[in-house]
Design a protein around this ligand. Structure first.
Ligand code: NAD
Length: 256
């Protein structure tokens, strides 16, 4: 079998925003493939709920309250991983967000812009810094940054979210250069994923519009992103670093 394996037994993964959506799906698939998982989320209860579900795969799993915009919380998340799991090999920088279509350019404040960059970009610098010594110690590290199609295309009123996600794409490439040879760094740019949050606002009409430029004619599921995270986390991608892969049904799910 050698390196052609998705087997993550003996490895530890830290996932931010693991209480819901893509982060939760990532924690579960990594646990299913044998990784111990540290599930960070703004909400302790949902982080613990994901950990409880992940634990059913027979791995060690803990939930930790962590607001990725708070430096102390990030330090605590990494410390909990090291204390409970003895190391860190995989980091999924997933927590992120923005004003989805409500970022009217002429009303943007610097406070808002800083808040979104702190959430989407600064958190990646800080948490990655905290994890890299352990990845190097084990000579096995994979950092997976969750970007967005908004970082590659344009639409109205998304300039802060979109540019912060574009920053993640380029940051991923610089990190790959700086952090080798034991650490690989890749990013995933999801298209529209049917998370609970999207489902709660999605109308048939919206979905129809989003599928016009989607060759595969369905919206994404969280498992579509989780499957790609598993690939990047595992030795299957051992010679892949500095890449941004769009997982988007082959197109863009624009509402414009
Ligand atoms: N869902 C999509 O269609 C889509 C598309 C492109 C990119 N993305 C990206 O995927 C990532 C995950 O999004 P999702 O749709 O799964 O979100 P979600 O809303 O379904 O879940 C996000 C989780 O992150 C947690 N969270 C929010 N702010 C946090 C913070 N400051 N610190 C720690 N945890 C926090 C929430 O509590 C929640 O559990 C984000 O970076 C998002 O930008 C999502």
């Amino acid at each position: 079998m050698g390196n052609n394996t998705l087997d993550l037994r003996g490895k530890t993964a830290v996932i931010t925003g693991a209480g819901n959506g893509i982060g939760k799906a990532a924690a579960l698939i990594l646990a299913q493939h044998g990784a111990n998982v540290v599930c960070g989320d703004l909400h302790k209860e949902t982080a613990e709920k994901t950990a409880e579900e992940a634990g059913k795969f027979g791995v060690k799993a803990i939930g930790v309250a962590c607001d990725v915009t708070n430096e102390k919380d990030l330090e605590n998340l990494a410390a909990e991983a090291v204390k409970n799991m003895n190391g860190i090999n995989i980091l999924v920088n997933n927590a992120g967000g923005g004003g989805g279509g409500r970022e009217k350019f002429d009303t943007l404040t610097l406070d808002y812009i800083e808040k979104i960059y702190r959430l989407n970009v600064f958190s990646i610098y800080k948490l990655s810094q905290l994890c890299i010594p352990y990845m190097n110690k084990d000579k096995y590290g994979s950092i997976i940054n969750i970007s967005s199609m908004a970082g590659q295309m344009t639409s109205h009123n998304m300039s802060v979210y979109g540019s912060s996600k574009a920053a993640i794409n380029q940051l991923t490439k610089y990190m790959a250069v700086d952090l080798g040879p034991y650490i690989r760094v890749n990013a995933i740019a999801p298209g529209a994923i049917k998370t609970d949050a999207l489902k709660s606002v999605l109308t048939d009409e919206m979905e129809k519009k989003m599928l016009v430029n989607t060759p595969l004619k369905v919206l994404g599921e969280t498992e579509d992103i989780a499957n790609t995270i598993l690939y990047f986390a595992s030795p299957m991608s051992k010679w892949v670093s500095g890449q941004v892969i769009a997982v988007n049904g082959g197109g863009t799910q624009s509402l414009e």
